[in-house]
Design a protein around this ligand. Structure first.
Ligand code: MN
Length: 242
């Protein structure tokens, strides 16, 4: 399973789709703009185990600000939201006020619609993302994708009920592995963030999210079979009433 990939952005997405359907138990395809969601959900329709999430990526908030209303008006039809969030890295910092306005509006709308499963970007802005989630406790089930905050921020995210999607790229570093060891095992799911995330310079494929199973087994001191069962039960709980 892969809880955060950009399947629409692989060069041969349409050819990949049947393979992803076959190899993955479940794939959450996140989009970077509401118009991409409209197109992608049409093209990827008809597969029970592939869901397309409605997003507006914070890194392109300025360029896509004119799609803000399209984002908000489609929350009612979209059980999955993402990729949304905030990016506080130096390049994106200037648009933070705009990013925050968009994020707050979409999270508030998720709450009004009865809650959504939301895949969130939080690089360099973890505290600010958590502030928004805290303000709208009925927004649904937030999944912090590729969490890279501090241990203290992780603790706060856990208290706010957040889930975490972690992948091979995040866990290739000591910091990512350290954070993983502090996450609640019943709120962790695999992701790739492909094709942006890579291993050995090659884009991760959506079925490679499972490459983290060995590391999870080591970290949680469980067998690989035990990890597969655990992840399946986590997924089931995440998707219940979605
Ligand atoms: Mn992403």
């Amino acid at each position: 399973m892969d809880l955060h990939c950009h399947l629409d952005l692989y060069p041969d997405a349409l050819k990949l789709l049947p393979e992803v359907v076959k190899r993955n138990q479940f794939t959450l395809v996140v989009t970077t703009s509401p118009r991409a969601w409209v197109a992608t959900s049409r093209v990827f329709a008809g597969y029970e185990n592939v869901k397309v999430a409605l997003g507006l990526h914070p890194e392109i908030a300025e360029r896509k600000a004119n799609e803000r209303d399209l984002l908000l008006s489609n929350v009612a039809q979209a059980p999955f939201i993402g990729e949304v969030g905030l990016d506080g890295s130096p390049r994106c910092r200037p648009s933070l006020p705009l990013q925050r306005a968009i994020l707050e509006a979409v999270i508030a709308e998720c709450g009004r619609q009865g809650g959504r499963i939301i895949s969130l970007h939080s690089r360099g802005a973890t505290t600010e993302v958590l502030d928004v989630l805290e303000k709208y406790p009925s927004a649904g089930k937030p999944i912090l994708h590729w969490f890279s905050g501090t241990s203290r921020e992780l603790q706060r995210a856990i208290e706010l009920g957040c889930w975490f999607s972690v992948g091979p790229a995040m866990l290739s570093g000591a910091k990512g592995r350290e954070l993983l060891s502090k996450m609640p095992t019943d709120r962790v799911l695999p992701e790739t963030d492909g094709p942006f995330a890579t291993v050995n310079k090659a884009p991760l494929m959506p079925w490679q999210a499972k490459d983290i199973v060995g590391l999870l087994a080591e970290t949680w001191r469980e067998s690989e079979d035990g990890i597969h069962a655990k992840l399946a039960s986590n997924l089931k709980r995440l998707l219940s009433d979605a």
